[in-house]
Write a protein that binds this ligand. Structure first.
Ligand SMILES: NC(=O)C1=CN([C@@H]2O[C@H](COP(=O)(O)OP(=O)(O)OC[C@H]3O[C@@H](n4cnc5c(N)ncnc54)[C@H](OP(=O)(O)O)[C@@H]3O)[C@@H](O)[C@H]2O)C=CC1
Ligand SMILES: Nc1nc(=O)c2c([nH]1)NC[C@@H]1CN(c3ccc(C(=O)N[C@@H](CCC(=O)O)C(=O)O)cc3)C=[N+]21
Ligand SMILES: [Mg+2]
Length: 298
C-alpha cells in the first residue's frame, strides 16, 4: 500500500531553534540585549506543567531569559491582571505567555486583552488577530505559524489555488490558520462542529489541518489521495496495556490516513515541537520590534 511521507516537525523545529539561537547571539553581541520571556502558569494542570517546563528549557537553550511565574489555582482575576500589568511595564520582559486553560474564576479573554500587544508572543490579543486578518505585520499564534512553516517546507510554491480545509475554529488555532492559508492563496474552508457532512467536505481538501481535540476523529477514507495532512491534535489516552504509559494521539487516525495521503505529520513529533520553536522565534521578533531592530540582519 502507498504510504505518505512523514513531515518531521521535530527536525524542522530543531532547525528553527538553532536559527533563533544564532540570531539571539547576534542581538547580544551587537546590541547587548538578551530577550526575556515571562511564562505565567496558574494552577497545577499536569499537562500544562510539562509544556511550561519544556518552554523554560528551550528558551534558555536558545540563549534567552526565561522568567516563570507560578501562581496557585485559587488566584483571583485581579491578582493575575496585576501581574500582567507588572510584566507589561518591565523593560526586561519582551514576551508574555499566560498558559491556557485558566481556572474557572478567571476570564481568559480579559487577561489576553490586558497583555501589551507588543509583548503578546502567543499572538492572541485582538490587535494581533486583527493585524493578521488585515495582512499587517503581527505576532502570529505559534501553533498555526508552525503548521504554515511545515506546509511551506512540504509544498513550497504549490499552495496557491489549493483547497485547504481547517477543522476547528478556535481563536488560537483554527481561525488564524485559515488566515495564514489565505495568505498563501489557498481556497479556505473552516469546518466546525456544525459543519454538515464533514467527511465529504474533507474529501475535497488538498490540505487538511485538523485542530479539533477529538482523538483519531479524521478517518483515512475522508482523505483525498495525495493530500497533505497536518494533525494539530494532542490527545492523551490511557495506556493500551495495564501498567503501560499514557499514549499521545492526534485528531487524525494516523495509520489509515498515512496510507492515503502524500504527506502527514505524526503525533508526537509533528506540530507540537513547532509550537515551542515558534514561541522562541516570536519572543526574538518581539524583542527586536520593540527596539526597532531588523531581526533578519542579526
Ligand atoms: N500541537 C500544539 O501545539 C497544540 C495542540 N492543540 C490541540 O489542538 C486541538 C484543538 O485545540 P483548540 O483549537 O484549542 O480546541 P478548541 O476546543 O478550542 O476548538 C475545537 C474546535 O473543534 C471543533 N469541533 C469539535 N468537535 C467537532 C466535530 N465533531 N466535528 C467538527 N468540528 C468539531 C469545535 O467546533 P465548535 O466551534 O463548533 O465548538 C471547535 O471549533 C486539541 O487537541 C488541542 O490539544 C492546541 C494548541 C496547541
Ligand atoms: N498560552 C498558551 N499558549 C500555547 O501555545 C499553549 C497553551 N497556552 N496551552 C496549551 C497548548 C498546547 N501547547 C502545546 C505545546 C507543545 C506541545 C508539544 O511539544 N508536544 C510534543 C509532545 C509533548 C508530550 O509528550 O506531551 C509533540 O507533539 O511532539 C504540545 C502542545 C501549547 N499550548
Ligand atoms: Mg483550547
Amino acid at each position: 500500500m502507498a504510504s505518505a511521507e512523514l513531515i518531521d516537525g521535530k527536525a524542522v523545529a530543531a532547525d528553527l531553534r538553532s536559527a533563533t539561537a544564532a540570531r539571539v547571539g547576534g542581538l547580544y553581541a551587537r546590541h547587548g540585549i538578551r530577550p526575556g520571556l515571562a511564562v505565567v502558569l496558574v494552577g497545577e494542570d499536569p499537562a500544562s506543567q510539562v509544556y511550561v517546563r519544556n518552554k523554560h528549557r528551550q528558551t534558555e537553550a536558545a540563549g534567552m531569559r526565561s522568567l516563570e511565574h507560578k501562581l496557585p489555582a485559587d488566584t483571583s482575576e485581579a491578582a493575575l491582571l496585576d501581574l500582567v500589568a507588572q510584566l507589561n511595564a518591565d523593560p526586561e520582559v519582551d514576551g508574555i505567555l499566560v498558559q491556557l486553560p485558566l481556572p474557572r474564576q478567571i476570564d481568559a479573554q480579559k487577561v489576553i486583552e490586558a497583555i501589551d500587544p507588543a509583548k503578546d508572543v502567543d499572538g492572541f490579543h485582538p490587535v494581533n488577530a486583527g493585524r493578521l486578518a488585515t495582512g499587517q505585520p503581527a505576532l502570529v499564534p505559534c501553533t498555526p505559524l508552525g503548521c504554515l512553516m511545515l506546509l511551506d517546507r512540504t509544498l513550497g510554491q504549490n499552495m496557491a489555488g489549493r483547497h485547504a480545509v481547517v477543522i476547528g475554529r478556535s481563536n488560537i488555532v483554527g481561525k488564524p490558520m485559515g488566515q495564514l492559508l489565505l495568505g498563501r492563496d489557498c481556497t479556505v474552508t473552516i469546518a466546525h462542529s456544525r459543519t454538515k457532512d464533514l467527511p465529504e467536505m474533507v474529501r475535497t481538501a488538498d490540505i487538511v489541518v485538523a485542530a479539533v481535540g477529538r482523538p483519531e476523529m479524521v478517518r483515512g477514507f475522508w482523505i483525498k489521495p495525495g493530500a497533505t495532512v497536518i494533525d494539530v491534535g494532542i490527545n492523551r489516552l490511557p495506556p493500551a496495556t495495564e501498567g503501560g504509559k499514557d499514549r499521545l494521539v492526534g485528531d487524525v487516525a494516523f495509520d489509515e490516513a498515512k496510507a492515503v495521503a502524500a504527506h502527514i505529520t505524526p503525533v508526537p513529533g509533528g506540530v507540537g515541537p513547532m509550537t515551542i520553536a515558534c514561541l522562541l522565534s516570536n519572543t526574538l521578533q518581539a524583542a527586536c520590534a520593540r527596539r526597532g531592530i531588523d531581526m533578519t540582519q542579526l
